[in-house]
Design a protein around this ligand. Structure first.
Ligand SMILES: *Cc1c(COP(=O)(O)O)cnc(C)c1O
Length: 469
């Protein structure tokens, strides 16, 4: 379609109506904002508001009327005062939601972080000896006690753990891995890419669906350093499939003088079958089967802070600790504090009640139904209609693919559910929900009970707003 020759002309006229930054700053209503918020913040807001106006003019809209500027600047100031990273209410029912920050921390982990954040700590100081200590000492005892490992270390995340293990053990040497396990985890993160970055030479063995022990055995050469197993975190193979057991891989590795590396992905210290779920590989079992280095995430089923945990044979872990990349991948004091408190819940045997991820997994359908029902009643009291649906929650986070937990959902019918969902995302705090069959759907499983009142108030606001209709 041809543009009318007047179009750019009109644009120019509208652009000319935009005031100068200085002129706006001297308007009495804006000057009052400067007094309250400071010149730097208001100037930034003025520039942002003018940029937004230029953007809308370029789309054919008129310039804002002169009396609109102070309100726009004030709204922009409020927006700029909101931290970019902030708490949200997760009503999606996906427990380990990577986009929503994965595992919420336990109360004791939050307290431990706050205590260490507020001042100095013995992060790298040996209080007994009165001299330099190692940050690696803090989580080691608990990790070894809980998993049966000889030694343990903590890095930034599990991707870093895999990278470090391979860099230290397999540089310029071969690592054998089944074709069925060359997985992409999410966000474009691919295990084979990390393998190559580490300097290891990747050798694929077996086929997509079936890999036998002899496939590994036949691929071993004098330059092979390790056998590796990668947990197929986010997909499931069914039908004519086979993989050698970890015990058999360990026996082969040790006969050949190789190391067996097991990337568990999520990993777990608690038995998921006790909660009606499929078995997720347990860290203890992997070590007992003979894996030499086992890596897993801190913020998946462990339910702690973002971290990568490496447990295994002492001599190997010592080598990882001394690797130059260990410093680049190390964790900070806040992570160590939260991890220590999380691990102590496991040591006390109170993980299932103290760690939010496990509390959410353990919540029964009846408990969730009662909460969804109370949400429904609070909406009804405000004249809003909703229904209770039977539904399913997911564990998420690259664990237990295809597994769901039975739940009850609050389902709110709406003519424009996407518009309401968008409004919910812009409230304080933002609420993230699902849309199913023209209903906004809220799963109590991932909403902490303390958030119930806040959620109901927020929902009433979003649903009664006239603009929603
Ligand atoms: C999630 C996952 C990773 C990456 O872990 P992060 O802690 O997110 O870095 C690596 N391997 C597997 C098998 C995973 O599931």
């Amino acid at each position: 379609m041809a543009y009318s020759s007047e179009q750019p002309h009109n644009h120019q006229a509208e652009y000319r109506k935009l005031p100068a930054v200085d002129a706006l700053l001297h308007e009495p209503a804006v000057a009052a904002l400067v007094a309250a918020h400071g010149a730097a913040a208001v100037t930034e807001a003025v520039r942002a508001v003018l940029a937004a106006a230029r953007q809308t003019i370029s789309q054919g809209q008129p310039a804002p009327a002169p009396d609109q500027w102070p309100a726009r600047i004030e709204a922009m100031l409020a927006e700029q005062a909101t931290p970019s990273l902030r708490p949200v209410i997760n009503a999606t029912g996906v427990i380990i939601h990577t986009n929503l920050g994965r595992a919420p921390l336990s109360a004791t982990a939050q307290k431990a972080m706050a205590a260490v954040a507020a001042g100095y700590s013995n992060l790298e100081y040996d209080l007994d000896a009165g001299q330099r200590g190692s940050r690696h000492d803090h989580a080691r005892r608990l990790l070894c006690a809980l998993t049966g490992a000889e030694d343990a270390m903590v890095v930034n995340n599990n991707a870093a753990a895999v990278y470090l293990a391979l860099s230290a053990r397999c540089q310029d040497r071969e690592v054998l891995i089944s074709r069925s396990q060359l997985v992409e985890i999410g966000g474009g993160f691919r295990i084979p890419d990390v393998l190559r970055q580490s300097g290891a030479r990747l050798v694929e063995v077996g086929t997509t669906n079936r890999t036998h022990l002899r496939d590994f055995a036949q691929a071993v050469t004098p330059t092979t350093a390790a056998l590796m197993r990668v947990h197929s975190s986010n997909f499931k193979q069914i039908g004519f499939v086979t993989m050698p057991s970890l015990d058999d891989l360990a026996t082969l590795a040790h006969e050949q003088g190789l190391v067996l590396i097991d990337d568990l992905g999520s990993g777990t210290l608690l038995d998921t079958t006790l909660y009606g779920l499929a078995p997720e590989p347990m860290v203890q079992e992997s070590l007992a089967a003979g894996a030499d280095l086992v890596t897993f995430s801190g913020d998946k089923l462990l339910g702690g802070p973002q971290a990568g945990i490496i447990v295994g044979r002492q001599q190997l872990i010592q080598q990882l600790r001394l690797h130059p990349m260990a410093r680049a991948l190390r964790v900070d004091k806040l992570t160590l504090a939260a991890l220590d408190a999380t691990l102590r819940s496991y040591e006390r045997g109170t993980a299932a009640t103290e760690i939010p991820v496990w509390r959410m997994i353990a919540a029964t359908a009846e408990e969730l139904k009662a909460r969804a029902q109370s949400w429904l009643e609070q909406l009804a009291a405000a004249g809003l209609t909703a229904q209770l649906w039977q539904g399913e929650s997911a564990v998420g986070g690259g664990s237990l693919p295809g597994e769901t937990l039975p739940t009850w959902l609050l389902a709110v019918p709406h003519a424009a559910p996407a518009a309401v969902a968008e409004r919910l995302r812009h409230l304080h705090p933002p609420v993230v929900c699902r849309i199913q069959r023209d209903h906004l759907v809220f799963d109590p499983r991932t909403v902490e009970a303390e958030e119930d009142a806040l959620l109901c108030t927020t929902l009433r606001m979003a649903l009664t707003d006239k603009a929603a209709a």
